[in-house]
Design a protein around this ligand. Structure first.
Ligand SMILES: Nc1nc2c(ncn2[C@@H]2O[C@H](COP(=O)(O)OP(=O)(O)OP(=O)(O)O)[C@@H](O)[C@H]2O)c(=O)[nH]1
Ligand SMILES: [Mg+2]
Length: 346
């Protein structure tokens, strides 16, 4: 594959070439279909997508808060205790919940609010403020950019790359190249190539079992030669305690620094919202080994644990840049705190 990509001064290989090769092998095709499914482009507005994506979380937070408010007349300590319970059950986490309650109590006193039915607006205000902390949703500050996408197994790294590539190319009008840096999992290459094909974006790959750092090296040379705006690099799913895989990540960071010092570097950590509080510990552990520039919170659509975005914002000093609200190519949104709060409290 190395020769194929770089031989005869041909820096990249067209998706079609690789895909044709893969098509000859039936079982891999089946695996890809199983892993990716069909692209699903729904005719919904940004806000409708967000709103329907958050419906399960809304049931777990705001619908319960509505019930609570209706059950109380005057605000008292019991109400705050029940509110605390709702937030903790909705994966908001102990620290962030306590901070929300404290802020809410102060704000209600300031505003001289005594009736429970008047709480909601102030609670939304407090939650919006927490969502706005750390806010920097700029995905790329300058070009060229090398963006490395990391995270544990199955959180949605490859899918997110497919969606980001589509967004960058068709919404932001950037030229994009993909690097298949997951050389570990079976059919990982083919999955990325399939995503590339959907947006007609080239993929640099060397096949399963090859050296991930070598793939990134090749991809950088290609990105430079083609003056590509954004090089998006997939990586294998890894746990922080898997030493060899963490070393591999360090090797990749070094290659990027050495081979493309002039490029802007972004490291996106992908977190799966369905894992709730676990996502927070993943972010803490990964930030010990990598300079993470942004977070992506995926699978918000499939979970009632979307409240985890609050402690992620409040307790980690890394901005949430994107949120995944479905499996389709357009189901990735730039994280907008105000719209998020609106969708939650609608
Ligand atoms: N509902 C939903 N599913 C998602 C979202 N993002 C990813 N997925 C699904 O999550 C599953 C895993 O996604 P991948 O992109 O393969 O995850 P990965 O992190 O690359 O996995 P590994 O390479 O095995 O570590 C797939 O079935 C995706 O369709 C999302 O925002 N919403
Ligand atoms: Mg993957």
């Amino acid at each position: 594959m190395f020769k194929k990509i770089f031989g005869n001064n041909k820096e990249t290989v067209e998706n079609e070439e690789i895909v044709e090769e893969i098509e000859a092998e039936e079982p891999i095709e089946e695996i890809i279909e199983e892993v990716i499914g069909e692209p699903e482009i729904k005719k919904e507005s940004f806000f409708q997508r967000l709103s329907s994506g958050l419906s399960k979380t809304k049931k777990g937070i705001t619908d319960k808060i509505d019930n609570l408010i209706n059950n109380y007349g005057e605000i008292d300590d019991d109400l705050f205790e029940e509110l605390e319970e709702i937030l903790i059950m909705a994966d908001v986490g102990m620290k962030t919940t306590m901070d929300i309650i404290d802020k809410l109590r102060d704000r209600l006193v300031e505003k001289k609010i005594k009736e429970s039915k008047e709480i909601k607006g102030t609670l939304k205000e407090v939650i919006s403020e927490i969502l706005k902390e750390n806010n920097n949703h700029e995905l790329i500050s300058s070009t060229p950019t090398v963006m490395l996408v990391i995270g544990v197994n199955g959180v949605g790294k490859t899918t997110t790359i497919g969606k980001i590539a589509y967004k960058l190319k068709f919404h932001d009008k950037k030229s994009v190249l993909l690097a298949a840096g997951d050389t570990f999992r079976a059919a990982a290459n083919e999955q990325l190539i399939e995503w590339g094909k959907r947006s007609d974006i080239n993929v640099i790959s060397q096949g399963e079992g090859s050296d991930a750092a070598a793939v990134i090296f090749d991809a950088i040379q290609s990105a430079k030669a083609k003056k590509v705006d954004v090089l998006l690099c997939d990586t294998a799913g890894r746990l922080h305690n898997k030493k060899n895989l963490m070393n591999e990540l360090n090797k990749i960071f070094k290659i990027i620094d050495r081979e493309y010092a002039e490029a802007n570097k972004e490291v996106l950590l992908v977190l799966d919202a369905t894992t709730g509080q676990n996502a927070i510990s993943q972010a803490k552990l990964f930030s010990e080994v990598a300079d993470i520039t942004g977070l992506v919170l995926t699978k918000l659509d499939g979970t009632a644990k979307g409240g985890v975005i609050l402690p992620i914002n409040h307790e980690l000093n890394i901005p949430v840049k994107l949120i995944g609200v479905g499996e389709g190519i357009e189901d990735l949104q730039v994280f907008n705190p105000e719209k998020f709060a609106d969708a939650l409290f609608k």
